[in-house]
Design a protein around this ligand. Structure first.
Ligand SMILES: Cc1cc2nc3c(=O)[nH]c(=O)nc-3n(C[C@H](O)[C@H](O)[C@H](O)COP(=O)(O)OP(=O)(O)OC[C@H]3O[C@@H](n4cnc5c(N)ncnc54)[C@H](O)[C@@H]3O)c2cc1C
Length: 339
């Protein structure tokens, strides 16, 4: 049965551990309950759907209703002769649980996304990615309900227009218009280990199982990233910027004795790790009130004191952007959604 909580601290439903008031938080357990909630004009507006709140920073109180799905189910819907396996998961499923359950069945595809906080629904919106895999590479379809009409719509992979931490649902026109209710992933029963990122190859050796890949990914992540259960954060705070070859040559010239990390992603498009820029700009030890950068991954702003305010975090964000801009003429943009 749906559950409504009025005037509640957003801290309990987000991972940054920063306080703000939500006028209403509404949990639902079925799609019919979701549709009833959408039709209920007495609920405070606007409507915002959250998963685990692991990519969110609420900069002030939220006057509307935050919807959260408690629908937690997934099933294999097709196994094809070529080895492909179609898996349908409800949007409320915790992504890491899905990664674990499928790796245990030796179904390949999601293992490199192990350990990323958040839900299946948000993986579509965010096109989550890690260690050479993006959710969008594997998503063939997403089912959704339009907030205004409560009508069901199916989006194909092509319609979603996945990009780097991007989907159509992040555009001005589509933002907060649809609620993702289920996602279909095309996975594989044939081993497909992707070991060419970080030191995965050395950890798993040859012919690893899917669960060995998952465990290796988690061990790398645990060494590098703060667990939201211990330190508040929303993961990587900034996107990795994309610059031109000419701009990249200028940056390389500043470090003649160093290999500047980069990924060539297109004609005249070079992606630089924002963490490297933050480090080289000398921002790594910056603090602001209760907020600082995580010692082993400066791309992550953490609520180190447990008492950081959104103001602390935004001040720190602006100082970092200014510092990187002045040193490298590159503007960093946040990956974390600000409300
Ligand atoms: C420690 C840490 C490590 C992280 N590492 C990674 C990483 O390696 N790679 C990566 O890509 N991200 C990473 N993240 C970011 C985060 O985990 C992802 O962005 C994740 O997809 C967010 O999921 P969520 O369910 O918490 O979404 P939320 O933060 O609750 O929401 C994110 C956005 O999705 C929307 N949304 C959520 N559910 C739905 C739905 N059902 N329908 C419509 N809209 C919806 C929200 O409105 C919001 O706009 C990390 C975060 C943390 C805290």
């Amino acid at each position: 049965m749906s559950e409504l909580i009025y005037n509640s601290d957003i801290k309990r439903i987000t991972t940054f551990n920063v306080s703000a008031n939500a006028a209403c938080i509404a949990y639902y357990d079925t799609l019919d309950e979701l549709k009833l909630l959408l039709a209920d004009r007495s609920l405070p507006r606007p409507i915002k759907h959250l998963g685990e709140g692991s990519n969110m920073l609420f900069t002030k109180d939220f006057p509307g209703t935050i919807l959260i799905s408690r629908i937690d189910s997934h099933e294999i819907i097709d196994i094809r002769e070529d080895g492909s396996v179609l898996v349908k998961a409800s949007a409320g499923v915790i992504m890491d649980n899905l990664c674990r359950d499928l790796a245990l069945k030796n179904i390949w595809g999601l293992e490199n996304l192990s350990g990323i906080p958040g839900t299946v629904g948000a993986s579509v919106i965010q096109n989550v990615g890690a260690y050479g895999v993006e959710a969008g590479d594997l998503i063939v379809q997403a089912e959704a309900v339009e907030i205004d009409s409560a009508e069901t719509v199916t989006f194909s992979h092509e319609m979603i227009d996945f990009g780097y931490r991007h989907s159509i649902f992040k555009t001005e026109e589509m933002r907060d218009r649809f609620i993702i209710t289920a996602v279909v992933f095309k996975l594989s029963s044939k081993p497909k280990p992707r070991t060419n990122y970080a030191n995965l190859q050395s950890l798993v050796g040859n012919n690893p199982s899917a669960i060995e890949m998952r465990n290796a990914v988690i061990s790398i992540r645990d060494n590098k990233l703060p667990s939201p259960a211990i330190v508040g954060s929303a993961g990587s705070f900034f996107k990795n910027p994309i610059i031109s070859q000419q701009h990249f040559d200028k940056i390389k010239a500043l470090f003649p004795n160093e290999k500047v990390p980069h990924f060539i992603i297109g004609d005249d498009e070079i992606k630089l790790p924002a963490a490297w820029l933050i480090d080289k700009a000398g921002c790594k030890s910056m603090t602001q009130g209760g907020a600082s950068l995580w010692y082993s991954q400066p791309l992550v702003i953490v609520n180190i004191s447990g008492n950081a305010t959104s103001h602390d975090i935004i001040e720190l964000e602006h100082r970092i952007i200014k510092c990187v801009k002045s040193q490298f003429n590159i503007t960093l943009y946040p990956e974390v959604e600000h409300i």
